[in-house]
Every structure is written in C-alpha cells, then in structure tokens.
Write a protein that binds this ligand. Structure first.
Ligand code: MG
Length: 463
C-alpha cells in the first residue's frame, strides 16, 4: 500500500492544480510531509511562517510533520491550529509573515489531505515557485540548519476574529442588519463553521446551521459543494423559511448559495451578481475568470462596462493573474469568488457577506437577482483519450475549428454567434477529454456535447 503511494507522489511531481494532494498514509505520508516541510523551509530560508489545518482527522499529524521539516531548516513557525484557508491567508498578510502553509485537501473526501503554500501577500505561490520546491525535494537539495539555529514554534491564536473583523470593513453593516435576514449555513463538518456563523450574527442575521459540528470524518455530506451533496441544505432552507443558504467546501474558500425558494445556484450565477454590483461601483474594471466560466460573466461585463481577462482553469492562476493585471475581482464557476479589496483569493465568508450586502442594497431576494440574469443551459461530457494522444488531438481539433471564435488559453474554447459555447479540455487527472457546453436552450447544449464528442472520436480514430 505504502509503496504504491510512494511511487505516485515521488515520480516527478508534487503539486497539482491546488497544492499537494493525496490519500492519507498511502499517497501522502508523514515522512513525505516532513520532507516537503524541509523543502518549503529551504525555499523560504530562515523565515517566519504561519501554519494551520482544516478539520480532517489527519490534520494535526501532517501539521506536526510539516512543522518538523520547517523548523529543521531554521524557519520559525507560528501555529494557528484549525482554520479555514482564507482566514489563514488573511493572517499571513495581516501579521506580516513571510509565508504560510495550509494542511487541507479542500473539497476532497475525508481520507485525503494536502499541503498548500502561501506567499507573504496571502496568495498561493505561483507554479514556478512550486517547481523550485519540487526541485529541492526531488534533488535532495534541502538546506538544514545547524543544531543551534533550528527554528522555534509559537502559537498564534485568534486569527478567526481578526479575519471576521477584516471582512466587516468591506460591507455596509447597518444596511444588512436592518433586513434581519435568516441565513442557513452548511459548514461541511469542517472549518466553514468557524467564521461565517459568528460573522453573520455580528451582521444582525439570524443563523441556522447544519453540519456545523467539527468532525474530520465528514459524516454530514461530502465536502465538495455540488448540488447532489446539498439537497439536505436546500430542503432545510425552505423548511425553516431562511432568506439564504450557503454551503462551503472542506476549507471554506468556495461557497455555493441556495435561494429562499430552495434552489441551488451554481457558482457562475452568484459570481455574476457580485460582478454586476462591482462593475456598477467600479466601471471599466478588469474581471479575471477561467475559460471554463459561463458566457454569463462576459454578458455582464459587456453591459456594465468591464474587461474580462480569461485564464487557465485553477484558482492559483486566477489569483496570480489578478496580481499581474492589478484586477480587484475574480471568480470561478465552482463557487470561488476572489474579492481583491479584501484579498485576491477565494473566500467563502467574504463572498457570503458580499451576497447579503447586494440583497440588502437592492432589496431583492436571491432568486430575483438570479432571474434578472441572462439564462444559459449547461451540459457536460467526457471522451476517453490516452495521455500520449492528448497533444495530437488538440492540434487536429484546432485545425478543424479554424476561422471560428476560438481561445486556446486552456484546451479549446469556441464561442458561437448564437451565444452558445463549448470548452474541450484535456482532463488533468484522467486519460480523457472533458467537454463543457452551454447554450440558450438545453437541446443546443446537448447537441454541442454530442457533435464535439463525435469530432474527438473521429480525430482519435485517425491518429
Ligand atoms: Mg477549497
């Protein structure tokens, strides 16, 4: 069992799209975590780093292992204990740390864990910086400290309260409080329950929680906030007559919302609400979003005079692009909203406060805000494709769609005249291509997935 995991993680790559991720004690072991910790410590070099973990059962174990590796290289570690990813990211910046480490596997099931590395501004390090850590790890270039220059470990409590206060600086508290909203929070039995319920009470809301007891086995639901995992929460919103429901993933950086009608809205739709309000207040602003996002984001930018900056899929790329182009807002279809005036990272509690702020300002229910938007139908598909053929398929597909409105930022995205679009993208984790289509009606979205699946299969038959 251990051998199998070791082979996977030590082959040549540690970092995926969102940090290091693996099955506890199979792919990611304490031994690996110590070595990763010392590689991270070598990368920073005798600096002050903040570390915390989510609610997974393996969190304290991996935190201790990473702390050993970090202090062995002379880094001083400030331990925040259990914290959400955005709370820890904010604290790195607020306490002028040189960086940070978060032990989390985000939306993955409880048997997984992972390691994310944070730069001093609170944003996850770039993929180039990850490569530096990987090189140290695989080439055994760790620089250990002398016995009398080892790093020290300190405790740093209360990052949760300073995070809550920071969010409150960005919203109109009396306006929200005057509405006396009733909000349901589904915390996924993890760190999502640490900040948001308290924040909402301080905003004058009545709060009802489900899955808010911390339990690293995640007995309530799987931590990915997908519609199939949120049925209980949607039903509860209706049952208790709440104005809004919000569900987080395992480290509370992503948030998915449910309207007062019990309807679950995918991230594109709620991001578009935030985008519209932001552009009304900041005309001509840049909006950063991956090519996997709905045309809805583009529609809102066109009407409210924003400039879309498309990126590859992945939150690290969105954050890094926001830094590069000095954008103050970013968003993903999976429920990640990056509100730059607070911090250029996904932040579930901040997003909840923004949505409530817009509801209060407009006096509209979430369902009303959603129904004002252009409507799109989304369909997805998958076509098996061996790893060694992915590149050839990409080239052939590009030849076939020549002349169309195409983006090759990540896979091949084609926008059509009738406002439909399709993204054909190689899976990062499976030998397959994934297809994401959207259109003004369901038949067209289905047809796009069908047509391009056939095209991919035809290409595969010729190479
Ligand atoms: Mg997450």
């Amino acid at each position: 069992m251990l051998k199998q995991g070791d082979e996977k993680i030590t082959s040549n790559k540690l970092f995926g799209t969102n940090g290091i991720r693996g099955l506890t004690n199979k792919e990611l072991t304490p031994e690996i975590a110590v070595k990763v910790g010392s590689a991270i410590g070598t990368f920073f070099g005798n600096k002050n780093l903040l570390i915390g973990h989510d609610a997974r059962t393996s969190g304290p174990m991996f935190a201790k292992a990473v702390i050993s590796g970090l202090t062995a290289t002379g880094c001083n570690v400030f331990f925040a204990g259990m914290a959400s990813t955005p709370a820890l990211q904010y604290a790195v910046k607020n306490h002028r740390m040189d960086g940070g480490v978060i032990i989390t596997a985000s939306h993955n099931p409880p048997e997984y864990n992972g390691i994310k590395v944070i730069w001093k501004d609170g944003v996850e390090i770039s993929h180039e910086q990850e490569t530096q850590i990987e090189n140290t790890y695989f080439q055994n270039k760790t620089v250990f400290a002398e016995w009398n220059k080892l790093g020290a470990k300190h405790e740093l409590a209360s990052i949760n309260d300073e995070y809550i206060n920071a969010i409150k600086n960005h919203i109109n508290i009396p306006e929200i409080a005057s509405k006396k909203y009733h909000v349901l929070v589904d915390a996924a039995n993890s760190v999502g329950g640490l900040a948001t319920p308290k924040l909402l009470r301080e905003l004058g809301c009545k709060v009802t929680t489900i899955n808010a007891n911390i339990d690293g086995t995640f007995p309530g639901r799987m931590p990915e906030p997908r519609p199939e995992n949120l049925q209980e929460m949607a039903a509860t919103v209706k049952a208790v007559g709440a104005d809004l429901g919000v569900a987080f993933d395992g480290d509370a950086d992503r948030s998915i919302f449910v309207g007062e009608n019990g309807e679950i809205y995918w991230g594109d739709k709620t991001f578009a609400i935030v985008e519209k309000q932001f552009l009304m207040e900041n005309p001509n602003a840049k909006i950063v979003t991956p090519v996997s996002s709905s045309t809805l984001i583009k529609d809102v930018a066109e009407v409210y005079k924003g400039e879309i900056v498309w990126t590859k899929v992945g939150s690290v790329t969105v954050s890094q692009t926001m830094k590069e182009v000095k954008a103050k807002l970013g968003g993903e279809e999976n429920g990640g909203v990056f509100y730059g005036p607070h911090q250029a990272v996904r932040d579930g509690a901040m997003t909840t406060a923004l949505i409530l702020g817009i509801m209060a300002k407009t006096g509209k229910k979430l369902s009303e805000l959603i129904s004002e938007q252009p409507q799109y139908f989304i369909e997805k598909g998958k076509v098996e494709c061996p790893e060694d053929k992915k590149e050839k398929v990409h080239k052939k597909l590009l030849e076939q769609v020549k002349g169309a409105n195409v983006s090759t930022i990540d896979g091949v995205k084609i926008w059509f005249e009738d406002k439909s679009a399709i993204l054909v993208r190689p899976s990062g984790t499976e030998p397959a291509y994934r297809l994401y289509a959207e259109a003004k009606n369901q038949e067209k979205a289905l047809k796009l997935v069908k047509d391009y699946s056939i095209t991919l299969k035809q290409i595969l038959a010729t190479i």
